[in-house]
Design a protein around this ligand. Structure first.
Ligand code: A3P
Ligand code: MG
Ligand code: MG
Length: 387
């Protein structure tokens, strides 16, 4: 027995702080289970970007007209500026869900927006873009916040005009595909709008669903925007529809590119339990030419063996290992430093892997004037966890 002790200490002196990039060319042995997500709560952001626990921003799917012009209304776009990936809305919803039902929410391992989880899970196949996260570990739960550097934020806000117009096409497609009521309105309320236009784009307005699920042995609470529901809203995820636009496919090169894109479409929807993805294929100048509906769970089979192939099991296995690794690091360090307000920075570099470091408290939070925070969490939420 005495022999074991020094060994453990050596390990503690050299804690593992990095996780190397997975080998995507090898079939994974691990079949990491992923539990079907169930909705805990939903909420809306109104045009003033205030969070309401209502379904005021919920939209219903309607067939878009073919030939729809996605540049329509561009000059009237009410554009929400890019912001830091704060968790305020999500923890507000999580807190409310917990006050309603404590039973299933006492051992949540991770709270994060869906976009962050998508980035983590798809990283085995990411060859270009790195990402960074801020992480806190409070009462056994890891909170993930996407970290955008000042320059990245500026880049996103000062998008070049062509890129900005292309980004608008996606929102215009959402307008053509949705209505604020379940019954289709045959006549547009404003006769100067084109056929099928669902209203001018305001990207402040969003309807969000918060679900609980489980990856491997980690319970996750994930929030994300849902574009619309088909026919009716069941308070579950079964009628959710994700809308996407993509350039029309003209040859094998475009096809392989689209299949690689399907990886992101797939995980984005899979993580929230969205069963259907509707893609509007468009011309470079933003005219919708065809529409195709994909069943989310069938997408992996579509790409298997193709040039742009990917395997979702590689991603789930990587995600599971990433979460276990990170939890080991933060658990050990929070105990070592006896500092529950620690914030870690996780950095992912394509083809290399991830590293974790404790952030220097001074340079951490980029707290804006008037904000009351502990780490990156709102202070009211922190206080709620520490009665
Ligand atoms: P498309 O995906 O149809 O291009 P989402 O698909 O996640 O609901 O997002 C709606 C639209 O927001 C996207 O429509 C796209 O136009 C825009 N968008 C989302 N993420 C973006 C990003 N990282 N950069 C630029 N535009 C983005
Ligand atoms: Mg959306
Ligand atoms: Mg969409």
């Amino acid at each position: 027995k005495p022999h074991n002790k020094p060994r453990l200490e050596i390990q503690d002196d050299k804690p593992q702080r990095s996780l190397s990039y997975p080998n995507t060319s090898q079939p994974t042995a691990q079949q990491t289970p992923f539990q079907q997500p169930t909705q805990l709560i939903s909420f809306s952001y109104n045009p003033s970007r205030e969070l309401e626990f209502t379904d005021s921003a919920l939209r219903y799917f309607v067939d878009p007209p073919l030939g729809a012009k996605l540049g329509y209304g561009y000059e009237r776009w009410v554009r929400r500026p890019e912001q830091r990936g704060r968790l305020d809305g999500l923890v507000q919803a999580f807190s409310k869900a917990r006050s309603r039902d404590t039973s299933s929410l006492d051992d949540v391992g991770v709270v994060a927006w869906r976009g962050v989880m998508t980035k983590i899970l798809t990283s085995p196949y990411e060859e270009k873009e790195g990402w960074e996260l801020n992480v806190m570990f409070v009462n056994g739960t890891m909170y993930f916040e996407e970290h955008l550097s000042e320059s990245r934020l500026k880049e996103k806000n000062d998008m070049e005009p062509r890129h900005r117009l292309q980004s608008y096409y996606g929102y215009a497609f959402e307008s053509y595909c949705t209505s604020d009521s379940p019954t289709r309105q045959m006549v547009s309320s404003n006769p100067s709008n084109p056929m099928g236009w669902g209203g001018d784009v305001d990207t402040n307005v969003q309807w969000c669903s918060v679900v609980r699920t489980k990856l491997g042995s980690t319970r996750l609470v994930i929030g994300g925007e849902v574009d619309c529901v088909r026919e009716k809203y069941t308070h579950q995820t079964d009628t959710f529809v994700e809308l996407k636009t993509s350039l029309a496919i003209r040859g094998p090169h475009d096809e392989a590119k689209f299949e690689r894109k399907l990886l992101k479409f797939y995980f984005q929807s899979f993580l929230l339990g969205v069963p259907e993805i509707l893609v509007g294929f468009r011309t470079p100048s933003g005219v919708v030419t065809t529409i195709q509906s994909f069943k989310t769970i069938q997408i992996p089979r579509l790409v298997r063996g193709k040039p742009g192939a990917w395997d979702p099991l590689v991603c789930l296995d990587w995600g599971n290992r990433f979460l276990s690794f990170l939890k080991d690091v933060v658990k050990r360090e929070v105990a070592q430093h006896d500092a529950p307000t620690l914030v870690w920075r996780v950095k992912f570099a394509p083809k290399a892997g991830v590293t974790v470091d404790i952030l220097d408290p001074g340079g951490v939070q980029d707290v804006e004037a008037g904000e009351d925070r502990v780490g990156f969490l709102p202070k009211w939420y922190w206080d709620e966890l520490h009665p």
